[in-house]
Design a binder for this molecule. Structure first.
Ligand SMILES: NC(=O)c1ccc[n+]([C@@H]2O[C@H](COP(=O)([O-])OP(=O)(O)OC[C@H]3O[C@@H](n4cnc5c(N)ncnc54)[C@H](OP(=O)(O)O)[C@@H]3O)[C@@H](O)[C@H]2O)c1
Length: 251
């Protein structure tokens, strides 16, 4: 990867992570693409990435020890990490009025582990390689649900809200080291995880929520991520970017 920047992208086999991996390869990045269970999808991504030097890594980012091993393996292979995209995430329903207590506790633990602890653990680990270099960029994919709430999936909304807050804390702490941290908060986006819900019984309501009358595409989110990682964006550190087609505006 002589002369190329290295981007570690989680959730790279599908959806938004996949689109980010493709967009970053187009921008000249070398991509360390992280997958968990979808080997075929990951291998087909590897075939599609433009340029050379890309590699696949398998990890469950919800496991703290697996995160440490993952970053060690990427650093051993490439020598460093220049950019991190935390796209891996899991949405699951956990209605407060329906779930039994055991399910309720388990779903909170699972959601916080994958959607909050995984990204912040990855950020801490890649920062160890970025700090000596005096530069680096991190993008955390959060969610519009962090602001609107997620009544049917409160742990998901809380985890994404926590990740927005953590992104801002890390942006302040890492700025003196030349490391920028951004959060991107998508609204509904057409991906394998979201599409069954988008096109389910709430489809009309979801589309009516959007003044554009549509949901987003993974490519639209990926172009913002690629800009944040490739453009003149240092002064944007700490910002949370809404990417929801004006379906929800914060004030
Ligand atoms: N699509 C939307 O409407 C929307 C809106 C707001 C935010 N987001 C966020 O965008 C990100 C990407 O989601 P997506 O919509 O693109 O869904 P997706 O296509 O299902 O992608 C999620 C990816 O994360 C991986 N993943 C999940 N748990 C993991 C774990 N423990 N360790 C490693 N990888 C794991 C999945 O791999 P496996 O299947 O192998 O587990 C999958 O490849 C997520 O953080 C999501 O919360 C999505």
């Amino acid at each position: 990867m002589t002369g190329k920047q290295l981007a570690l992208v989680t959730g790279a086999a599908t959806g938004i992570g996949r689109a980010c991996a493709l967009a970053l390869a187009e921008k000249g990045y070398c991509v360390a693409a992280v997958w968990r269970s979808q080997r075929e999808a990951a291998e087909s991504l590897l075939d599609e990435l433009s340029g050379d030097g890309h590699a696949l890594f398998q990890a469950d980012v919800g496991q703290a020890d697996a995160v440490q091993k993952l970053v060690a393996a990427v650093v051993a292979y490439y020598g460093r990490v220049d950019a991190l995209v935390n796209a891996a995430g899991r949405f699951s329903n956990q209605a407060v009025d329906a779930a039994d207590y055991g399910q309720w506790c388990q779903s909170w633990e699972d959601s916080l582990r994958v959607n909050l602890l995984g990204p912040v653990n990855l950020a801490q680990q890649v920062a160890q390689s970025m700090i000596p270099a005096g530069r680096g960029r991190i993008v955390n994919i959060t969610s519009r649900g962090a602001f609107r709430g997620e009544p049917a999936a409160p742990a998901y909304g809380a985890a994404k809200s926590g990740l927005n807050s953590a992104s801002q804390s890390l942006a302040v702490a890492l700025a003196p080291h030349g490391i920028s941290v951004f959060a991107v908060a998508p609204g509904w986006t057409e991906t394998p995880q979201a599409s069954p819900r988008i096109h389910g019984e709430r489809e009309a309501e979801i589309l009516a929520d959007s003044p554009l009358g549509r949901v987003g595409s993974p490519d639209e989110i990926a172009s913002l991520v690629a800009f944040l990682l490739s453009g003149n964006t240092e002064y944007l550190t700490g910002a949370i970017f809404d990417a929801n087609g004006a379906s929800y505006l914060r004030n």
